[in-house]
Design a protein around this ligand. Structure first.
Ligand code: ATP
Ligand code: MG
Length: 388
């Protein structure tokens, strides 16, 4: 995969959600043709791509069509069947590689990879069968039991304090393979995006600070408050090692816990642009989606420059319903957009549901204080908590 794919070539993406949509927008703005494979007729990315192949991810005819139509292919979600990426990779350049995506699909493999890369993560044990419940070290309690596969937005997780609760939690999670993690004393949550090219060269985006509500990302701030150069470098070095160790090509997001004692441990990673990186669309001179396009096409990766302190508010479907009556409503976009430095990104989803990611609002300003103040005003208009 040495040939550089110049604008005019066709880039494909497996998955048609909002991440695919923003990849397509970035690719099109650089002059690429785009093809999306997604089974959903209303897919946010399918609606904006040059071609939408509406089929299952393991439909071999559809995969052949995607390979034939595209010069290179990426994915927008990690739970795409690894088999689909392997089938495509036999015919076309695919990045990230199926093997990298497979590591990110399984928390046990992911944690083993962090250790192999020499990066600290939460102490953990893998639960594959009944016998493993008894051998869990006491030090892992209290902890969080997480399904090894298919977890997202805090789903597939149970917090436990005792061994009895551990057994009950494993039953609750249908006795599938799980990872038990020690509950860590978090000070804050941070994440960082790294883009790695085919030549192994990496560029890092600035570290962002994330606040979750009910297990879902709610607010991202950049620059992350009180993160000094040394901490930025620690996060960046860990991300670069994790990417290099698996020969990764593309954009990778690493989520970290900053513990109360100041130590930094990796939580998990995503083999694609990430919700916490949406701030880059308005805060940096290259977005995470443009970086994804560049890495896939083999174009040079320039170090992103943060030009505006930014707060990102995630816009979940809850905002489309009146908090008291439950009646459907439309958020007051005109009032939000009257605030300075507001950049609205809606994903074109046909219907809102509580917890569904409908869009995000980036608020840029000359100073972090001004971005926070405007974000609080926007949050008040939208009916979101105004303090974080
Ligand atoms: P995502 O949507 O980011 O994929 P997820 O469902 O994979 O989320 P995690 O990131 O593993 O879930 O955990 C969700 C949240 O739960 C974390 O952001 C953090 O706030 C909390 N959490 C997870 N693991 C731990 C831990 N070991 N100690 C303390 N808090 C934790
Ligand atoms: Mg997470």
């Amino acid at each position: 995969m040495s040939e550089v794919l110049l604008p005019g070539a066709t880039l494909g993406v497996l998955g048609g959600g909002q991440l695919g949509r923003m990849f397509v927008h970035a690719a099109q703005s650089l002059g690429y043709r785009t093809v999306v494979l997604d089974p959903d007729a209303d897919s946010p990315a399918g609606a904006v791509a040059h071609e939408h192949i509406r089929a299952d991810y393991l439909d071999e005819t559809a995969l052949a069509r995607l390979a034939q139509a595209c010069d290179a292919i990426t994915t927008e979600f990690e739970n795409v069947p690894a088999r689909a990426l392997e089938l495509l990779a036999a015919q076309r350049p695919v990045a990230p590689a199926a093997a990298c995506v497979a590591i990110c699909q399984d928390r046990a493999d992911e944690k083993a990879h962090f250790r192999a890369a020499g990066v600290d993560c939460a102490p953990y044990a893998v639960i594959r069968g009944e016998a493993d419940l008894g051998t869990v070290p006491d030090a892992l309690l209290p902890g969080i039991l997480k399904t090894a596969r298919m977890g997202y937005d805090g789903k597939g997780q149970v917090r436990i304090r005792t061994r009895a609760e551990l057994a009950a939690a494993w039953d609750e999670l249908k006795r599938v393979p799980c990872v038990l993690e020690q509950m860590l004393p978090l000070q804050r949550e941070l994440s960082v995006l790294v883009a790695r090219g085919r030549d192994g060269g990496c560029v890092l985006f600035p570290v962002q600070q994330n606040l979750h509500r009910d297990g879902i990302l709610a607010v991202t701030e950049v620059p992350a408050p009180a993160v000094d150069t040394a901490l930025q470098q620690r996060a960046g070095a860990a991300a670069t090692r994790i990417a290099a160790e698996m020969g990764y090509v593309g954009v990778l997001c690493i989520e970290f816990f900053l513990l109360q004692d100041g130590s930094l441990v990796v939580n998990e990673m995503a083999p694609r642009p990430h919700n916490s990186g949406h701030y880059t669309m308005n805060a940096c001179d290259v977005s995470q989606f443009e970086a994804q396009v560049r890495a896939l096409a083999g174009l040079p990766l320039n170090t992103p420059r943060l030009h505006s302190p930014t707060v990102m508010l995630n816009l979940l479907g809850d905002l489309w319903f009146d908090a008291e009556s439950g009646a459907e409503r439309s958020p007051d976009w005109a009032a939000v957009l009257a605030l300075p430095g507001t950049h609205l990104h809606l994903y074109g989803k046909a219907s809102a549901r509580p917890g569904r990611k409908m869009g995000h609002l980036n608020i840029t300003a000359a100073t972090p204080e001004a971005a926070r103040a405007t974000a609080a005003r926007a949050a008040a208009i939208l009916g979101l908590p105004t303090a974080w």
